[in-house]
Design a protein around this ligand. Structure first.
Ligand SMILES: Nc1ncnc2c1ncn2[C@@H]1O[C@H](COP(=O)(O)OP(=O)(O)OP(=O)(O)O)[C@@H](O)[C@H]1O
Ligand SMILES: [Mg+2]
Length: 222
């Protein structure tokens, strides 16, 4: 589904990736770890084409970073859900409208939108919140809404950038379990975090560490 081949990337005064390779299959769950400032968010941005590699090639499904045109980028992004640490909900819209937003952008008809929003909201456990506004909800509930919004398009890949960074340990674990359930239903997940407690709790997952401009597969000792 996703392949990085000899990818290089740097900001004007900082090299981030040097000749990295990565292969992600449909349905995988990957933890992306590494210290703060090492490049986790940058790697996710390369995947959803917010940044372009300075060398090498990234392939996601039929899209190729070398050939993609700006007008294709919205189509690529429809296949990728993104969840952020700070939720990024719209405070002047209710929860239903927040979740429905990607579908409005796609131009779906209202009855289809309604069905999709209700389906995902019930899966994710926020069906009773649809008429509320973001500020009515706890942090954990807001993160569920942002996951619902990321999933409403039925993406094949979900990128989660420190999704538990603003949440207490108990709620964090709930969110990780929810993402695991989403993964079991078939969506591939790349979960960036520097919270090693979470990674240790989900021992069976693939772990990729960014270190010294490279990627490493990490195996936890039993
Ligand atoms: N637009 C930019 N221009 C220049 N440097 C940047 C830019 N964005 C990020 N950086 C730098 O690139 C490095 C990698 O940033 P990135 O956000 O990918 O790290 P991260 O691993 O996600 O860190 P954190 O765990 O703190 O979120 C950092 O040193 C950051 O300061
Ligand atoms: Mg980051």
């Amino acid at each position: 589904m996703l392949k990085f081949e000899n990818v290089n990337f740097g900001y004007p005064n900082k090299e981030i990736f040097k000749d990295i390779n990565l292969f992600v299959n449909y349905g995988e769950f990957i933890f992306l770890v590494g210290e703060s400032g090492i490049g986790k968010t940058t790697l996710l941005k390369l995947i959803y084409s917010e940044l372009k590699p300075t060398g090498g090639d990234i392939n996601f499904e039929e899209y190729d970073s070398k050939k993609i045109e700006n007008r294709d980028i919205p189509y690529l992004r429809r296949k990728i859900g993104v969840v952020f640490q700070d939720f990024k909900l719209m405070n002047d819209r209710n929860i239903y409208e927040n979740i429905a937003l990607p579908l409005y952008i796609d131009g779906l008809k209202e009855d289809k939108i309604k069905k999709r929003v209700y389906d995902i909201a019930s899966k994710i456990g926020i069906i009773d919140k649809l008429n509320n506004f973001p500020y009515d909800l706890s942090g954990g509930e807001q993160q569920r809404v942002s996951i619902a919004r990321a999933m409403v398009n039925e993406p094949k890949l979900l990128l989660a950038d420190e999704p538990t960074g603003n949440l207490d340990p108990f709620i964090s674990l709930e969110i990780v379990k929810l993402l695991n359930e989403i993964n079991v239903l078939g969506t591939a997940i790349i979960f960036a975090t520097h919270n090693f407690d979470i990674v240790k709790k989900m021992r069976d997952k693939r772990i990729i560490q960014i270190k010294e401009n490279k990627l490493f597969e990490v195996k936890l000792k039993i």
